[in-house]
Design a protein around this ligand. Structure first.
Ligand code: ADP
Length: 297
């Protein structure tokens, strides 16, 4: 396989994870039981996962001119991601996700900061990085008009455009027409299409009118082929430690192995995502190409 060139357009966040025996009441102060920081943001996570799997990755996004931003940038560079198109925006803070874990559940507040400071003009300025990619990977943690600008450029240069429509929201009709592959979970696909969230997954995929690869958590993935027939890829059995970043690893692997065809790409995406849930933090368990090959032996 030739080294795939992947351009990721998306968010870069610092995840601030607080652990607590329970969630506080409104107005209450609690003593927590732990605190950790993890590099995150769906865009950065997918860029790192693709780089670990051996792709040549360019990241288009933005950070603030602050300590988190410097750490986030250094982390991407350390992972081998090309960050020449990551803008530093002095007027905005780097994006953060404030995550409280308690009672086996979590509460998350994302403050987008610099991620929402990029504009369609910034994306258009990086047209050459989209034109040079074998595949373009995008999510919804940046402004929708930037996602649209990226999708239009991918179309202009006939580059496959993979959209992971997360966080869930309705998609403009034009964007749906520009997507080569949509990679939602069931909830995200229902919201993307403006359909009730209890719509059966098979119906959602049939009504989408596009190529869909749906992630089903510990049940693996479901996808349609170009004749519209649905296929299921079962999950790989592992001992899950932290499922944060499973979807991001899945998307990255799908893009990295896309040139092998949809069935092998989805299989390797499920395997890479399964490996990713065996360690803490979104990026902690993302496998290297060698680890994935070993796992699939
Ligand atoms: P998202 O967080 O985007 O909803 P999912 O939770 O559906 O993503 O997970 C993405 C993929 O990760 C799944 O399609 C599956 O292949 C893999 N995965 C998730 N949880 C597990 C698990 N417990 N064991 C093995 N694989 C898993």
């Amino acid at each position: 396989m030739t080294t795939p060139k992947i351009t990721v357009i998306g968010s870069i966040n610092m995840d601030l994870v607080t652990r607590s025996p329970r969630f506080p009441q409104v107005g209450e102060t609690l003593l927590g039981s732990g605190f950790q920081r993890f590099m995150g943001g769906k865009g950065a996570n997918q860029a790192v996962a693709a780089a670990r799997l051996g792709a040549e990755v360019q990241m288009i996004g933005a950070i603030g001119e602050d300590d988190f931003g410097r750490e986030l940038l250094a982390n991407l560079q350390h992972e081998g991601v090309n960050t020449e198109a990551v803008k530093v925006l002095p007027a905005l803070p780097s994006g953060i996700a404030n995550i409280t874990v308690a009672e086996g559940d979590n509460h998350i507040i994302v403050v987008s900061g610099a991620n929402f400071g990029i504009t369609p003009a910034d994306i258009e300025a990086e047209e050459a990085r989209i034109a040079a990619a074998d595949i373009v990977l995008c999510q919804l943690e940046i402004p929708m008009d930037c996602v649209l600008a990226a999708a239009r450029l991918a179309k202009k240069h006939a580059r496959p455009f993979v959209l992971n429509p997360a966080p869930a929201q309705a998609l403009p009709a034009e964007l749906r027409s520009l997507v080569s592959v949509l990679t939602p979970n069931a909830y995200e696909l229902a919201l993307s299409l403006g359909l009730p969230t209890d719509t059966p997954v098979e119906t959602l995929i049939r009504q989408s009118g596009c190529q869909v690869v749906m992630t089903l958590g510990s049940d693996g993935a479901l996808y349609n082929d170009d004749t519209g027939i649905l296929h299921r890829q079962s999950t790989f059995k592992v001992n899950p430690v932290d499922t944060t970043g499973a979807g991001d690893t899945f998307n990255a692997a799908l893009a990295v192995f896309w040139q092998q065809g949809i069935a092998p790409a989805v299989k390797q995406a499920c395997a890479a995502a399964a490996l990713s849930v065996t360690k803490a933090g979104a990026q902690g368990g993302m496998p290297t190409a060698a680890e994935l090959a070993d796992f699939l032996k």
